[in-house]
Write a protein that binds this ligand. Sequence first.
Ligand code: FBP
Length: 553
Amino acid sequence: MTKSALQIERAKYAPKMPKALHGNVKIVSGKNTESIADQEEIKNLFPNTYGMPIVTFQESDVVKQLPVMNVGVILSGGQAPGGHNVISGLFDGLNKLNPKNKLYGFLGGPGGLVSHKYLELSAEIVEEYRNTGGFDIIGSGRTKLEEEDQYDKGLEICKELNIKAIIIIGGDDSNTNACVLAEYYLQKNAGIQVIGCPKTIDGDLKNEMIETSFGFDTACKVYSELIGNIMRDANSAKKYWHFIKLMGRSASHIGLECALQTQPNVCLISEEVAAKEQTLQQIVDELVKIISDRAANKENFGVALIPEGLIEFIPEMKTLIAELNELLAEGHATAEAFNTQVTDDEKRDYVISRLAIETSKVFKSLPKGIAKQLTLDRDPHGNVQVSRIETERLLIEMVEKRLSVLKKQGETKVKFSALNHFFGYEGRCAAPSNFDADYCYSLGQTAALLVAEGKSGYMASVQNTTEPSDQWIATGVPITMMMNMERRHGLWKPVIQKALVRLDDAPFKVFAAKRGEWAVHTSYVYPGPIQYWGPKTVCDASTKTLQLEKGKL
Ligand code: FBP
C-alpha cells in the first residue's frame, strides 16, 4: 500500500492509554447490576448474563501467567474512524498477555463468522493499519446474527480455530446481538465468550456507562471542517443558502455537535421537532422566517444543518413511514405485490391505493422523488435508510414554493438561491483524531483483558475521557444493564436503548440559548482540519457534546 508522507508519520503515533493499562492489572468487581427497565423480562431472557457486576481494571504488581488463547474479531455495521485502532489495541493487548495468542478477523462483518471467512491477523498486517481510518483490514457488513443456525455455524468455526472469544465491534443493535450470542454460548456451555465494543459515528450508543461511541469525535470534526469551509464561502460570496444534511440515523447528535462547533444560522434537531409535534409546513415556515430576517439585514445567504433522521420525527411523516414499513415489510404479500409493479408510477399508485386516506394524502403531497425514496429497501433491521432520503432537497423545494406564494401575494421580495449537500460517507473513514485513536486503542486493550478474565456478555468501556488519558478508566459493563424491551417488527425484543438527543441536557440547552443570535447575526466559526501534533487544546480535545455532558465547558 503506498502511503502519503502524513500517513507514514501518523503510523508512528503511539496511542495514549489509561495508566493502569501500561503494566500488570487486577480486576475489581463492583455491585451486581440491573437492566435500565423491564428487569423481570430481561432477566428471564438472559439467565446467564443478567445482573453481572461492572468491573474495572486497576494497576497491580502481580504478574499473571495466562494460557494461550485465540480470539476472533468482527467489525459490524457502518464504518467509524478508529476501528483499526480497536483491532491494534486488541492485538497488542493479547500479545502482552501471551505472545503466542492469536487474533483472527472474520471477513465482511458478522456474515464472516457464519460463512467461515476469516484471516489470521499477523503483526505485519496490523502494522499497516495503525492509526488509519476505515474498516478495510477485515471489512464490515450488516448481516444480523439472530438465528440459532447462525450461532451454531459460528461455533463450528470457533472450535476449528480453537477460538475462546469473539469481539464484536458495533452499534446498539450489534451489541444487543453480541449479548444474545454470549447468552446462547453460555447456555450451550460452548466455552466461547462474546465481548462488545461501542462503535458508531452516530453517537447514539451512550449511557451512564458508555461515555461516547467511537468515531463520533472524528466524524463530527471532519463534517465541522467542511461546514466551516462552506460557511466561509457563503460569507464571501453572499449569494447562497447551503442546506446540509448530516448523517446520524434517528439521533441528531452529529448535527448538534457540528452546530456547537460551527454556529450555523439554522440547525434542526429531530428530537425537538418530535417533542413540539411540528409539522413539515411549520418547519418550512420557520426556515422562511429566518431567511427573510437575514434578507432584511441584506444577508441573502446562510447555512442550515439538517439531521438525516428528521423525516422520521415529523408526526405526519412518522405515521406515513410506519405504514410504509408494514406495507413493504419483507415477506408480506403487499411487499411482493409492490415489487411486481414495473414502472415508478405503477409503484406509486399501488402504494397510494394501500395507504390510509390521510396518510395517502401526505404521500401524494411529497415531491415524487422523495416519495419514491421512502419506498426504497429497508436495512436488515427493518429501518428506512434515512441516508437515502434527500430531506435537504425537500426542504429547499418547500421553502422555494412558500416564498413564491408570498411573492405572488406581494408579501416578500426575498431572493433565495440554495445549494444542497450531504455529509456522511466523507467522515466515516477519516483517519482517527487523537481522541479516537487513543480511545479505540484503549477499548481494544480493555477487550483483551475482559477475555483474559473469562468475561462474556460485557461491553468494553473506557471512562473519565474528558480528563487526560492517563486518568481514563478501563471498564467492563454488562450489556444487559443497558437493555429494555422495545417493539421491533411487531414483537417485543430486548435491545440496548438508543440514546437520542435529550432536550434537558447541556449540549441542547447551550445550543438553544445561542441559536436565535446565530440565526440572524452571522457568527460562523471555522474549525479547520483535525490536527495531530501541536497544543493539547487543539489536538486532544474531545467533542463539545462530551465536554458539556461532563460539565467541562
Ligand atoms: P452504524 O449505525 O452501523 O454505525 O452506521 C451509521 C451510519 O453511518 C448512519 O449514520 C447512516 O444512516 C448509515 O450508517 C448508512 O448506512 P450504509 O452504510 O449502509 O449506507
